[in-house]
Design a protein around this ligand. Structure first.
Ligand code: NDP
Length: 330
């Protein structure tokens, strides 16, 4: 009898509705790819929550193993770049969307999708950083490329107590920024300050309809919230400042005007972690190894069991998760 492994599977019912459930699969159930990986750790991002609850059409092929990230060890490879025993991680590339993802003890993927795990990180640490942390670093790299520096003024991080936000606070602080954290959870002020926030602001200040231009407060921003929040941040960025936008926790819309762009010359920098080229991924991961203090990473990470992943998906879309969640698989 073929050996089985644990997995979560999202299936579509006769009524068109989808459901996520734990199951056992065999290697014959895996999709095409040149590299087999024994997954050691995975995580729950906001997007995974959307995928498992079906709140947004993230899963585009059924049945599918969700999970946009994993970290593990190569067990077999027909790609000459990888061999059994290599420590790897993967983020994006359609994992958990169109290709079986990280919520299983085994994966089979294209060699192009894997990143060599920096020696600084265990599988658990790499998964704890996951797409959220790697995206926070992509945002910082975009801001740096745009030429804004800590000397220009403060940076605002929206969705600060979330996964992207928590890592953003820590890496911005490590790079010398004065960090303003916007949160709807004032009870997390101590947590946010320990991570690197110099000031805490109530997200209600940003989440309603605002003016096209406001007082110039910030040199830069990292926004994982979108909608009115991003519009209000844009209206309060200083001349020639820049905002990296990666998320839509408040909404997909962006009710703003051209005023911040044409009257203050600010830049809105889009960040898409899913299809980044390999050299950008490697740069982001080596910057994380340099800038993210392991003690800080531990303080934002909570370990959950494999059996908790589905309920954690529901919690994260309801904004109930603080920092990062990580699950050990083997
Ligand atoms: P989390 O749920 O961990 O964090 C989101 C945070 O946003 C929450 O913790 C909360 O922060 C805040 N928030 C939630 N709902 C609202 C609301 N209605 N109004 C204002 N603020 C709100 O998610 P992640 O950090 O994993 O992801 C954040 C966003 O970034 C998601 O939209 C995700 O899809 C996107 N993303 C995009 C990527 C890309 O490639 N572009 C990659 C990774 C993530 P607080 O409690 O502090 O207010």
């Amino acid at each position: 009898m073929a050996e089985t492994f644990r997995a979560i599977l999202v299936t579509k019912g006769q009524d068109g509705g989808q459901r996520a459930a734990e199951t056992h699969l065999t290697e014959a159930d895996l999709m095409e790819g040149e590299v087999d990986v024994a997954i050691e750790a995975t995580t729950v991002n906001y997007k995974d929550g959307l995928a498992m609850t079906g709140k947004s059409p993230i899963v585009r092929r059924f049945p599918l193993i969700p999970g946009i990230d994993f970290a593990g060890t190569v067990t077999a490879s027909s790609d000459p770049r990888w061999k059994a025993g290599d420590a790897v991680l993967a983020n994006g590339w359609g994992l958990g969307e169109t290709h079986h993802g990280g919520y299983a003890e085994r994966a089979r993927v294209k060699g192009d999708w894997l990143v060599r795990r920096p020696p600084a990180f265990s599988a658990m640490q790499a998964a704890a950083i996951g797409t959220a942390g790697y995206t926070a670093m992509l945002c910082l790299m975009k801001l740096e490329k745009a030429g804004v520096t800590p000397g220009d003024g403060p940076v605002i991080v929206t969705g600060a107590a979330g996964g992207v936000g928590s890592v953003a606070l820590a890496i911005l602080k490590a790079n010398g920024w004065h960090v303003v954290a916007s949160t709807g959870r004032p009870q997390e002020a101590g947590y946010l300050k320990d991570l690197g926030a110099d000031e805490i602001v109530d997200r209600a200040e940003f989440s309603g309809e605002g003016k096209p231009l406001g007082k110039e407060r910030f040199a830069a921003g990292i926004d994982s919230v979108g909608s009115h929040t991003l519009a209000n941040v844009l209206s309060q960025v200083k001349a020639e400042g820049a905002v990296a936008a990666c998320g839509l926790a408040q909404g997909m819309d962006l009710p703003t005007s051209v005023a911040p762009f044409i009257l203050r010359g600010i830049s809105l920098l889009g960040v898409n972690s899913v299809y980044q080229p390999q050299d950008t991924r490697e740069e982001a991961w080596s910057r994380l190894a340099r800038d993210l203090d392991p003690a800080m990473l531990a303080s934002i990470t909570r370990e959950i069991g494999f059996e908790d992943i589905i309920s954690a998906g529901a919690d994260i879309v309801e904004g109930k998760v603080r920092g990062r969640l990580v699950a050990r698989l083997t």
